[in-house]
Design a protein around this ligand. Structure first.
Ligand SMILES: Nc1nc2c(ncn2[C@@H]2O[C@H](COP(=O)(O)OP(=O)(O)OP(=O)(O)O)[C@@H](O)[C@H]2O)c(=O)[nH]1
Ligand SMILES: [Mg+2]
Length: 301
């Protein structure tokens, strides 16, 4: 007979099409900003663990890139593959959708989720944006017919509505067992990785339609000296014109990207940060498997 002191531990995959709020949900559950988010689709590129230990329960969340139809570039194939792999060997799946908006990409995710054998929670997000909740009912009924075994949980990840209930449903579905990670560990990713992501988030948020998809960030130096953390980050773009746009008039845009990234880094690392940014052109990186691999997009992992 198990009780609340019996340790539980398991993996919870967060999947869905781009932009439905998967990373926002992870951050809210963890109570801190770990995963980057933006209004543009395809913000998350790498799966990342967010670990939450509360008393006897350790939930290991796997944030994933949004599954999307576009498979033309090596980077897109990498993202779709990482997201699909995350569905294997987990204990609970959170399938996140955006209110009643249903697209071909949601359908694509549904086809994958249908075949998982573990419990599925269908998380209907952005509830705060529904004027009349009753309008959702026909869609929720339809969803229930599509995934009859899944429990449907409406939430607002941004405003934290119904997240406690969601976490309770997750905890009940995690297997009994010892914790895999130390209770104070929150992610499997290095500080360097998190720093690079914060720079990329500012690029995603500040730049127009196409450029963010042709940008990646490398950390060249990450060194604590006394009370100050010195971080050197290199922003890689595909073309010369993109470099000019990122730098902006008189370096204005770079300055803004740097200031915002530095503030987030200080919060995350709990240290004063000196951040130096550079932009460099590396043609073809997003469609070249070898270049991707050297930039940390590892196809085999
Ligand atoms: N109004 C509202 N906006 C939300 C909510 N959750 C997320 N968003 C917004 O939706 C946008 C996308 O959020 P993300 O968390 O980056 O979405 P994602 O599913 O991780 O997207 P990808 O990483 O591209 O797959 C951001 O602008 C969020 O602020 C919510 O509950 N309500
Ligand atoms: Mg995301």
């Amino acid at each position: 007979m198990s009780d609340s002191s019996t340790p539980r531990c398991g993996y919870v995959a967060i999947v869905g099409r781009p932009n439905v709020g998967k990373s926002t949900l992870l951050n809210h559950i963890l109570g801190q900003k770990l995963a980057i988010t933006s209004r543009k689709p395809q913000t998350t590129r790498h799966t990342m663990l967010g670990i939450k230990t509360e008393d006897a329960v350790q939930a290991i969340y796997v944030d994933t890139p949004g599954l999307h139809k576009d498979n033309d570039k090596a980077l897109n194939r990498f993202m779709n593959k990482s997201a699909s792999q995350a569905l294997r060997d987990v204990d609970v799946v959170l399938f996140v959708v955006d209110r009643v908006r249903w697209t071909d990409e949601d359908q694509m995710v549904l086809e994958k989720v249908r075949f998982v054998t573990c419990p599925v929670l269908l998380v209907v997000n952005k509830l705060d944006r529904m004027d009349d909740k009753k309008d959702m009912l026909p869609h929720l009924e339809w969803l229930a017919t599509q995934l009859p075994d899944a429990e449907i949980v409406p939430v607002s990840a941004l405003h934290g509505r119904n997240i406690d209930q969601l976490e309770q449903l997750i905890a009940e579905r995690l297997p009994e067992g010892e914790h895999f990670y130390p209770d104070d560990q929150i992610t499997d990713r290095s500080s360097r990785f998190l720093a690079a992501e914060l720079v990329r988030e500012k690029v995603m948020r500040q730049l127009g339609a196409e450029i963010p998809y042709q940008v990646t960030v490398e950390i060249e130096q990450f060194k604590q000296e006394g009370k100050i953390l010195h971080i050197h980050a290199l922003i890689l773009v595909e073309r010369d014109g993109q470099k000019k746009i990122i730098i902006g008039d008189g370096g204005e845009r770079m300055k803004k990207i740097g200031q915002e990234a530095r503030l987030d880094m200080q919060k995350l690392f709990g240290s004063k940060v000196m951040l130096n940014l550079w932009v460099k052109v590396k043609r073809g990186w997003s469609d070249d498997e070898r270049a991707l691999s050297s930039l940390g997009y590892n196809f085999d992992s």
